[in-house]
Design a protein around this ligand. Structure first.
Ligand code: FMN
Length: 156
């Protein structure tokens, strides 16, 4: 299986999971760059609103998802939703996905809501996803248990 891990990360949590997945699955990695200025307090407020309202944005990526059997997309939660960068990526490339899997990092929002909103964008069923909240990201044992279980489901 040829895997591509594509992720957006503002403060590093989603990047951490992406890089761990890449190592475990021997996958290629592509970081989504959001071209909108999201710096400072103003950027934070804007980002929360853009997440909540399911806005799209302008992005830059490098790899072509059509070259991969499985695309695994990672997003933080913003405003109880996914990020504009990831929504834009899925919207732009969904026709090229053979299979799509989602992973999410959040403060405490459960991943199901975010996945449900992403599911509306893609015609293929997202039947594998996982999420880590702040507490689970900090607890090495819980993080690893969820990570191992996620990798197992991906490889099945
Ligand atoms: C603008 C903004 C909005 C956020 N909104 C939520 C939210 O609604 N629910 C939640 O659980 N976490 C929220 N968070 C926290 C992030 O989802 C969480 O810290 C995530 O792990 C950050 O990922 P990153 O380090 O890859 O950017 C928000 C963070 C930011 C910057």
């Amino acid at each position: 299986m040829k895997y591509l891990i594509t992720y957006y990360s503002k403060t590093g949590n989603t990047k951490r999971v992406a890089l761990d997945l890449a190592e475990n699955l021997k996958a290629d990695v592509d970081e989504i760059i959001d071209l909108k200025d999201r710096s400072g307090i103003k950027g934070w407020l804007l980002s929360g609103r853009d997440g909540m309202k399911e806005y799209l944005t302008e992005i830059k990526t490098c790899k072509d998802p059509k070259d991969y059997d499985v695309v695994i997309v990672g997003t933080p939660v913003w405003g109880w939703n996914s990020t504009p960068a990831v929504r834009t990526y899925i919207d732009k490339f969904k026709k090229q996905f053979k299979k799509v899997i989602i992973f999410i990092t959040s403060g405490d929002t459960k991943p199901e809501k975010t996945v449900a909103s992403l599911q509306k964008l893609v015609d293929k069923k997202i039947d594998i996803f996982e999420g880590w909240n702040t507490k689970e990201l900090k607890d090495k044992k819980i993080y690893q248990e969820k990570f191992d279980n996620f990798c197992k489901r991906i490889k099945q």
